[in-house]
Design a protein around this ligand. Structure first.
Ligand code: SAH
Ligand code: SF4
Ligand code: F3S
Length: 457
């Protein structure tokens, strides 16, 4: 009988990409996809270590899986439990100690070895840990990705980070920056497009630092992200390109120009700033001032006036004063975000900021986060309302919650739902926005004549 695999994904889009690749790896071992842990023979938790809460979630899920495994064993079956991702990398031994029922622990750069590790579990060799590092090896050992990923797909082009922001675990869990060669990325993009995808989001922890080997082989000049984007934009079948996440320091002139010149590059940019205070930015090791970020946003908007900007913020960083926090609020007002993510600072073991003096009380962090989120929510709602009455192109990605409804994304990353026949799934259509709400837009199909035109896009 066919076995089933359930992968539960935490954290960022890079984990989502890795989860899909893990399923590709285990398919030849006879594993189909299960909809829930209860139906699976193997469960992989693909974990995130970015904040304490994210990491703790994993241990509570492991508690639940232990009970499931015990029930399974009582009926003469088994459940293989694997922990992958950034918690595995950062605290693999701790996982084994706190959850000895885990069968294997595999880091983000070593998951191409899952089949081998699994074979070891089957022969009763005992629990396996593999948290080896170089990212290059992984990409060379992954099988071709299976089709059927849907109209909008992620494609990891860069991994790891050399920035070492003082609060962040990523350089430790994902290792040094590595960029995949242009030829590999192109081949993967072509296969995804042949499988019916229309939109590709290029992923990297620091994606705009991309510098992959050019197509002339290892001796060729490396390409920056702008060149990669221009190249991919010419592939047959591609309608839309996006990339995430970018660091303000690596936003080069050529990449800004691509926003003006490449029609497939969508007018949305996730550009985290973290704080509007120069003192906090310096303590975070971000290596730019608030003013630099504001000038950068100006240059981007000069290139693409309708660019929707999104960001990440941390409130309650050690030593953050009322004035520092007020500077963040001022920056947010100046930029006007279309969407944003904001977090309370979480001290991460092993990062420099965890040892700084001036750690702030939880109540203060909660209050600042609420104030910032109120402002960001209001900006997002205002942006969504400003779209009312506009005609926008939407890539229809999946059925909506109501019967007869499809859901997709606008060029600006907004979720859009509208009544539409299911034949339009996977197509880019013209819609008219009827209502802008807090987290989505309601729309109707524009003139049917436009629909045909958009489909050819
Ligand atoms: N590479 C991206 C960020 C990856 S982590 C970048 O450089 O912007 C995603 C977001 O999590 C970060 O932008 C930051 O806002 C938040 N984050 C990271 N470490 C954190 C910590 N210790 N506490 C709270 N939020 C954190
Ligand atoms: Fe973390 Fe900074 Fe690297 Fe982003 S740039 S992944 S916040 S260290
Ligand atoms: Fe989390 Fe690792 Fe991504 S820590 S945010 S899953 S890189």
């Amino acid at each position: 009988m066919a076995k089933k695999l359930f992968v539960k994904t935490y954290g960022c889009q890079m984990n989502a990409y890795d989860s899909a690749r893990m399923a590709d790896l285990l398919a030849p071992q006879g594993y189909g996809v299960a909809a829930a842990a209860e139906e699976a023979d193997m469960v992989i938790l693909n974990t995130c270590h970015i904040r304490e809460k994210a990491a703790e979630k994993v241990y509570s899920e492991l508690g639940r899986l232990r009970a499931l495994k015990q029930n399974r064993r009582a009926t003469g079956h088994d459940l293989v439990i694997a922990v992958a991702g950034c918690v595995a990398q950062a605290e693999g031994e701790e996982v084994r100690r706190r959850a000895p029922w885990v069968d294997l622990v595999v880091g983000p750069q070593a998951f191409h070895r899952l089949p081998e590790l699994l074979a070891g579990v089957r022969t009763g060799a005992g629990a396996a840990i593999d948290t080896d590092f170089p990212a290059a090896a992984k990409f060379d050992h992954l099988p071709e990705e299976a089709g059927g990923r849907g109209p909008s797909v992620f494609l990891t082009v860069q991994e790891g980070c050399d920035k070492f922001c003082s609060f962040c675990v990523v350089p430790y869990t994902r290792g040094a920056e590595y960029s995949r060669p242009v030829a590999d990325v192109t081949a993967e993009a072509e296969r995804l497009l042949a499988g019916g995808c229309r939109e590709i989001t290029l992923l990297g922890q620091n994606v705009n630092a991309y510098h992959g080997a050019g197509p002339d082989g290892p001796d060729g000049r490396p390409w920056g992200l702008a060149s990669l984007i221009r190249h991919l934009a010419g592939l047959e079948g591609l309608s839309r390109l996006r990339y995430t996440t970018s660091h303000p320091l690596d936003m080069e002139a050529e990449l800004i120009a691509a926003h003006a010149e490449v029609p497939a590059l969508m007018p949305y940019l996730h550009l985290p700033v973290q704080s509007g205070s120069d003192a906090v930015l310096a303590a975070m090791g971000r290596r730019h001032r608030a003013e630099d970020y504001l000038r950068l946003v100006e240059r981007l908007r000069a290139a693409r006036p309708d660019l929707a900007i999104s960001g990440d913020f941390i409130v309650g960083f050690p030593g953050e004063s009322d004035a520092d926090f007020a500077a963040t609020i001022t920056l947010v007002r100046e930029v006007g975000y279309a969407s944003a993510y904001s977090f309370k600072y979480s001290a991460r073991p092993g990062t420099p900021a965890a040892d700084l003096e001036g750690q702030l009380p939880e109540a203060l962090k909660i209050a600042r986060l609420a104030e910032l989120q109120n402002l960001l929510d209001a900006q997002q709602l205002a942006f969504n309302r400003s779209c009312e009455g506009r005609r926008l192109e939407v890539l229809l990605e999946r059925p909506g919650r109501q019967p007869g409804q499809l859901v997709g994304r606008s060029p600006y990353m907004q979720a859009v739902h509208l009544p539409a026949p299911s034949q339009l799934l996977g197509k880019v259509v013209n819609v008219t926005i009827e209502r802008g709400m807090a987290n989505s837009l309601a729309a109707r199909l524009a003139d049917p004549h436009d629909e045909l035109g958009a489909d050819a896009a």
